[in-house]
Design a protein around this ligand. Sequence first.
Ligand code: GLN
Length: 534
Amino acid sequence: MTKYIFITGGVISSLGKGITSASIGKIMESRGMKVTLIKLDPYINVDPGTMNPYQHGEVYVTDDGAETDLDLGHYERFTKAVITKFNNVTSGQVYNSVISKERRGDYLGKTIQVIPHITNEIKDRIRKGAHVSDAEIVLVEIGGTVGDIESLPFLEAVRQFRLDMGFENVLYVHVTLIPYVRSADEIKTKPTQHSVGKLREIGIQPDILICRTEKPLSDEIKEKISLFCNVSKDSVIEARDVESIYQIPLVFKGQGLDKIILKHFGLSYKSTDLKDWKKDIVEKAIRPKHKVLIALVGKYIALQDAYKSIYEALNHAGIYNDAKVDIRKVDSEDIERFGPAKFLKDVSGLLIPGGFGYRGIEGKIAAIRYARENAVPFLGLCLGMQCAVIEFARNVCGLKEANSTEFRQKTKHPIISLLEEQKKIKDLGGTMRLGVYPCEIKKGTLAYKVYKKGRIMERHRHRYEFNNKFRKLLADAGMTFSGIYAKKDLVEIVEVVGHPFFLAVQYHPEFKSKPDNVHPLFRDFIKAALLIKR
Ligand code: GLN
């Protein structure tokens, strides 16, 4: 019988529910169980693909090409779960399919209502995600904060789940905040009491509380929370702020959370510890020997979540190379205003992430030129690669007008342009080149040295491609096209020889990096950066 753990959040948003869910997944894996994680998102968009990063943060792309919530990135980084389009359910998808079924006549004669039609669709999708994963434990995170209007149908569906599946197969975990009030020098439990009260109004009594807090929870506080929230004291888990997110599974395991969960489900499973995770990841993450400064030039730098997977991949590369990777977040428009040297003269590496639209592009191109001419290790991702070839075409090949047709439709030198098949597309949602594609790597290149193999699989999310009409010209001027998607002869990797590390890719390697399995591109980029003496 599959076991389900539902994770809700209370009091405020940004409590780290995603990392909490991923960490619970990790400790259950440490018990030898197979887990999967599903995210329920209450917004009406079918997927986050059409949202601005400032609205939503990063769009995380899975192997099968789903554009999903960034929490799914945490799930893949912390656990062995293979995340697919079945792991992210939005209100948009749910309503979309209920309305299509109604039009088809599937519910003939009935009035379509939130209960039971919408809630049934939600439950079906949870069960479908569980079924395709074949997991023993399915963790389901409900987006938003308890009390939001939007998430009500999801919470109602989740309430019914225990009725449908049986008490011993369903567990409710509530992540909450215990704020510290400086003037009183006290931590306060009242917001948590109210939030749990709100959940109970809906009919959900949480079994476990994960309490985010700056200060330790004393026994007395735990007793109070236990009494007022009707949760046993052992199940009041302290989640104090930590230095590295990768410590959280250790924090939970240290308080016996895995045992509490197994006991509820009536399971006894072998226990393996998290010794390697502690030694190879956590200790390296919090006590690194070296230090390196990397500039990330983008246009969504004000929001921590916009480049989540990139920051994490850099973090993993730091862990691998025993170095703290400090990231200088540079607004590409500032480079347009003040020039690149001001921001880049003291860094050991430059990373240009993906993005859309013209704003900030010229700053990115100027930054890449600076890195190329001054031997600063450079890694370009997606739009970062497109900017790198535009820069090379303009400043090395003398094609002054070189541009992407995304930014200037009628440019004389469309170095980056749309494939014929993309030109026909009218809808903008879910129609980019998405998901995993193979790429053949030429022997003797930097890319080959990094990957140590001739064929790789990487995830994509873009519409525009390198225009092969310009390939020979750029190659003759010294650009190496080291990775190609053979079936359509599309450029996937470019590099510049005679530079310590200059490599850019059309895909998104950041989505496949894990703390215990760092992506080789990030690993070697940081390795190269560490060799730069500053
Ligand atoms: N805007 C570019 C394209 O659509 C790059 C996309 C990206 O960086 N993810 O091709």
